[in-house]
Every structure is written in C-alpha cells, then in structure tokens.
Design a protein. Structure first.
Length: 147
C-alpha cells in the first residue's frame, strides 16, 4: 500500500465514522404531545403524540418514565372478537422517515399514579427510552380532550 492509497483509506474511514456519529446523534421528533385529563380524578391517564423518525437509521422506543407519574408504559388498544383489549407493547420500532401515531383507541402511553393533580394547560415531561440507551425528554401538554 502506498501513501496515497493509505490516505484515501483513512479518509474513507473518517467519513464513515463521522457519518455513524451523526446517525447516533439523530433522535426522533415528537410533535403535538398531550396528556388526556380524565373527567374525574383517576389513578391512570393516557399520553398521545406523533413520533417522527427523521434519522437514516431505525429507532425503537422501549420504555418511558416521568417524574410526574409512578409508572409510564407503552400500550396498544386492539379490538379482538368484538371486545376492545389493551396490552403492553415491549418496543415501538420506527423506520427511517416514518411516523408512529400515539392516539386514543390505538398506541398510547399509560400514565399510572400521578404524583399530584394535574390541570388543563399544565405541562409534564415524559422521557422516552430508546433501544440504544439514549433518552428523549418530551414536554406533554395536559388537555381535556384531543386537540
């Protein structure tokens, strides 16, 4: 290998490393994030929003947490044999350039045990946990119904 070939190889390696570092820095974007305020005080609430993946690599949401709630988990409501059933979802993969909708009657965040009463217009932070170990804090607005 001559000096020129070595420099070309080194340049290609640096470009690959920079590209993968940028991919690792890319995070999903959450828009229109909101928490539905129940009509009466309840130990559970639900969170919704639009999660976009602008990254060149897939991302997977594998959990969530919040200082405002005792427990946060990802759930999905499905109709099975004419009965609406809810089940926990272990991971929510989102392909590059795609969107996941958290909405009433579908995928949503279950928010158990609010530490204090919430009112319409307040904001709470829910941190989404990604499969690669990174976290994405998101501000959710408390609302009485869908926007």
């Amino acid at each position: 290998m001559n000096h020129r070939t070595g420099m070309i190889g080194l340049s290609a390696l640096l470009i690959a490393c920079i590209g993968s570092a940028n991919a690792a820095e890319c995070l999903p974007v959450v828009k229109a994030a909101w928490v539905r305020l129940p009509p009466v005080a309840m130990p559970m609430m639900a969170g919704f929003g639009r999660i976009e993946n602008p990254c060149k690599a897939p991302v997977s949401i594998v959990g969530a947490e919040s200082l405002a709630f005792d427990d946060v988990s990802l759930h999905e409501t499905r109709e099975e044999n004419g009965v609406s059933r809810m089940r926990e979802v272990a991971a929510l993969p989102i392909a590059p350039g795609k969107v996941a909708e958290l909405k009433p009657g579908g995928l949503h965040l279950m928010l158990h045990g609010p530490y204090q009463s919430l009112a319409a217009g307040e904001k709470v932070v829910i941190t989404l946990k990604l499969a690669d170990g990174r976290s994405l804090p998101v501000q959710f607005e408390v609302r009485k119904s869908s926007p």
